[in-house]
Design a protein around this ligand. Structure first.
Ligand code: 5GP
Length: 199
């Protein structure tokens, strides 16, 4: 894939429950040129989720077919379900828009292998583990078992922070968003300058 325009790709990863989805949506609202990458998943939709908007919800058989046909840039098994990013969705979007990915560390590692992609990799964490547990309970999206599972995976997840370009601590959503804006704005400016220099 060619990625030589001035559009950028931002990856936002975090342990489950840190506030990534809220921030991703805030970015899309503020920056009209940003498109959230919609992944495929075998997980069942939550009551507020819409097919084609939050995810493309597909069967395990369909997902396996997409793997066999090498249609994914990356995919991973997370909490018993599969999640993946389709090549064609990214390739079509990046020609017109910036992209933000809400994917985990496994997907980030796989995407990083495509050296032509101008990725900005950001890892989001909470101040401490207690705060994470509070958030997982408060958002009320998961059963007790699921909350425990997500909480336990925190230690495993966080060791991958070193694969990222930036680490942001989400103490306060507004501050966290400001930091994200600074990162995005500086990269957008850089890409603008580079792409106009080479013309
Ligand atoms: P959830 O089930 O809560 O929507 O997402 C669980 C985890 O899957 C989150 O950490 C999210 O970032 C990750 N995820 C969502 N889509 C993808 C994807 O396409 N690829 C990878 N590797 N991870 C994903």
């Amino acid at each position: 894939m060619k990625h030589d325009g001035e559009n950028i790709m931002v990856i936002l990863s975090s342990p489950s429950g840190v506030g990534k989805t809220t921030l991703t949506k805030k970015i899309q609202q503020k920056y009209r040129n940003f498109k959230i990458s919609v992944s495929h998943t075998t997980r069942a939709p939550r009551s507020n989720e819409v097919h084609g908007v939050d995810y493309f919800f597909v069967s395990k058989e369909k997902f396996q077919e997409l793997i066999n046909n090498e249609e994914f840039y990356e995919y991973a098994k997370i909490f018993e379900n599969y999640y993946g990013t389709l090549k064609r969705n990214v390739d079509n979007t990046i020609l017109k828009k910036d992209i933000i990915f809400d994917i985990d560390w496994q997907g980030t590692k796989q995407l990083s292998k495509f050296k032509s992609l101008k990725l900005i990799k950001i890892y989001l964490i909470t101040e401490n583990k207690d705060e994470l547990k509070k958030r997982l309970i408060k958002r009320n999206q998961n059963s007790k078992e699921e909350i425990d599972k997500r909480f336990k995976s925190f230690d495993e997840d966080i060791v991958h922070w070193k694969d990222y370009d930036y680490i942001i601590i989400n103490k306060n959503l507004d501050n966290c968003f400001k930091q994200l804006e600074i990162i995005i704005d500086s990269h957008k400016k850089r890409e603008f300058i580079f792409s106009h220099k080479s013309q």
